[in-house]
Design a protein around this ligand. Structure first.
Ligand SMILES: *Cc1c(COP(=O)(O)O)cnc(C)c1O
Length: 460
């Protein structure tokens, strides 16, 4: 057949729609969706005939392609993945998984009207953030608080409200970049505050801050160095020393804590992450941190501190642009409530549970996964390794973990690519030609899915 004959033999849209398989699709999917897929597939066949890459018309194949297209389109773009990286706070994989209680509260709030900005007692307009502020005050002793979209927004609005057109003193060693898109100097410039760097990259003393203060100084800012750490010959000024200086000169002290945790992690062996309570007890006037890093809740930026400052910040017209949604407020309120009982928080907030899980139970999960893989004839073994909690939290705090190592029968990069195309996608890492599945971030229910993904990826 020549090209024009082939084109004439392509079935019409009407004929395709009468096909039994397509009729079944029409029972399950909206008519316009099916129609669009039919047209798209037929157009593709026409193009391929014209380009010479198709020389026979196969109606069965056309129908098959239509079915495939519909199924592919049905899948959401934003989809669940299995995190086998061991990085608990993985920004690219969505950071925190919510606790059951938080999910329940989000669903309740999203499926009915709520008292979001309504005072039930007075029967009039209420305050959006009152729900959260009350919950925070139960967990920590702080005069006032407010929340915004994320911690970057929190830092931004604090600077914009309290230091626009004025100087903010920051140690040069703390001018860090977080996750490639958050740079303190850039955020500061956008906020209208003027950055005044003091000290050197590795050493900053209280005298450096003192001599930089002038009548135009609005804030002393301390930034937690997150996933960036300078080791060796270093010196930095503690929050309490900054507070002493600030009090003397009547300049408020702000701390961008980054991750922020209500639990003192020192007793669990993490020494680089001061608790929120500790920073407040040192006398910081304002503290900001993320809702979805160590806190284990939804994306949000917390601002805690003295009432006079929180009031100024709350009145900034930009608050409206940075305000959080009711679903976020619901997730945050429910998560905060879990912190009233530390044991409950660690058991029920997935981020904390995964970071603090003991090696023996991680080993058990690794062993289960390994056994299942071996049962499928796949060569795998468990071994001890180090996981990084990540997300700019707990700098350098590599913790002991157990992983399953698989030696792929192909280039490891090819293998991990196929794992990423599995359903659900599995994200693993490569180390010395081995593909590593870290049991720390793998949930029990995901084990059978990983086995299927590995099996399929090894054979095709
Ligand atoms: C993560 C981090 C931020 C940004 O927080 P987001 O919630 O991601 O906006 C800002 N400062 C520090 C120190 C951080 O670690």
């Amino acid at each position: 057949m020549n090209k024009s004959e082939l084109l004439r033999h392509i079935p019409s849209v009407d004929r395709i729609l009468k096909n039994e398989d397509i009729q079944q699709l029409l029972n399950k999917h909206p008519h316009p969706v099916v129609l669009e897929c039919v047209r798209a597939v037929l157009d593709r066949w026409r193009d391929n005939i014209l380009s010479g890459s198709i020389t026979v018309i196969d109606k069965k194949k056309i129908v098959g392609e239509i079915k495939e297209t519909i199924n592919r389109n049905k899948k959401y773009s934003l989809t669940s993945v299995i995190n086998a990286t061991g990085v608990v706070i993985h920004t690219n994989l969505g950071r925190a998984i919510l606790a059951e209680e938080a999910i329940k509260h989000v669903v309740e709030t999203a499926t009915s009207y709520s008292n979001l900005e309504y005072d039930l007692e007075k029967g009039q307009r209420g305050k959006r953030y009152s729900h959260i502020v009350n919950a925070i005050k139960k967990v920590v002793d702080v005069p006032s608080a407010v929340v915004v979209n994320n911690n970057a927004a929190a830092v931004f609005i604090c600077l914009n409200s309290l230091a626009r057109g004025k100087e903010v003193i920051v140690s040069r060693g703390e001018l860090v970049e977080i996750g490639g898109s958050f740079r303190i100097p850039d955020v500061m410039a956008q906020s209208g505050a003027v950055l005044k760097e003091v000290g050197t990259t590795n050493k900053t003393r209280i005298s450096d801050y003192a001599s930089a203060i002038n009548e135009n100084t609005a804030l002393l800012l301390k930034v937690h160095k997150s996933n960036f750490k300078i080791t060796g010959f270093t010196e930095e000024v503690s929050v309490s020393n900054l507070v002493t200086l600030g009090k003397e000169k009547e300049i408020p002290v702000m701390v961008d804590l980054g991750s922020g945790c209500f639990i003192d992690l020192k007793k669990y062996g993490f020494h680089d992450e001061p608790s929120i309570q500790h920073i407040l007890s040192e006398g910081a006037d304002i503290v900001t941190f993320s809702g979805d890093k160590l806190l284990g809740s939804a994306q949000a930026g917390f601002i805690l501190g003295k009432s006079e400052f929180i009031e100024i910040i709350s009145k900034n017209p930009l608050m409206r642009a940075l305000r959080v949604d009711k679903m976020t407020l619901a997730a945050v309120e429910a998560t905060l409530r879990l912190y009233l009982d530390e044991r409950k928080a660690i058991e029920q907030i997935p981020t904390l549970r995964m970071i603090l899980e003991d090696t023996e139970s991680i080993k058990k999960r690794a062993t289960t996964l390994c056994k299942r893989l071996k049962k499928e004839g796949i060569y795998a073994y468990t071994k001890e390794d180090i996981s990084m909690p990540g997300g700019g939290s707990l700098p350098e705090s590599g913790v002991k973990t157990y992983v399953v190592a698989v030696k792929p029968n192909q280039v490891p990069q090819e293998f991990t690519k196929k794992l990423r195309q599995a359903e659900p996608p599995v994200i693993a890492r490569i180390k010395d030609d081995l593909v590593i599945f870290d049991a720390r971030t793998i949930q029990e229910k995901e084990i059978p899915l990983i086995v299927i993904a590995v099996k399929q990826s090894l054979t095709i």
